[in-house]
Design a protein. Structure first.
Length: 115
């Protein structure tokens, strides 16, 4: 199993970014996918989750209405569209797949929101 994130960077408050995570080594279309984030000095927290068919999505209260998770099973890719970014969104964002009782993580991508 391999998960590779991209799309992070430096953005001003109020700006937008779209993160991508490409999965390989497993049947991507049959598993739910999640995004997590970890800010400096804080524990990793879940941000959003999407079901295998995208019929269901869940969000942390802190990002509801600003972030949107989506997926393209033809491209083995899950996305996180982040709008109205705030300084407190600064963190390393990682995608996660829970497969047969094990968690798999990407290497993470840094998102920094600062003026």
């Amino acid at each position: 199993v391999q998960l590779v994130e991209s799309g992070g960077g430096l953005v001003q408050p109020g700006g937008s970014l779209r993160l991508s995570c490409v999965g390989s080594g497993f049947t991507f279309s049959t598993y739910g996918m999640s995004w997590y984030r970890q800010a400096p000095g804080k524990v990793r927290e879940p941000v959003a989750r999407i079901g295998s068919t995208a019929a269901s999505t869940n969000y942390a209260d802190s990002v509801k209405g600003r972030f949107t998770i989506s997926r393209d099973n033809a491209k083995n890719t899950v996305y996180l569209q982040m709008n109205s970014l705030k300084p407190e969104d600064t963190a390393v964002y990682s995608c996660n797949a829970y497969i047969r009782g094990s968690h798999y993580w990407g290497q993470g991508t840094q998102v920094t929101v600062s003026s």
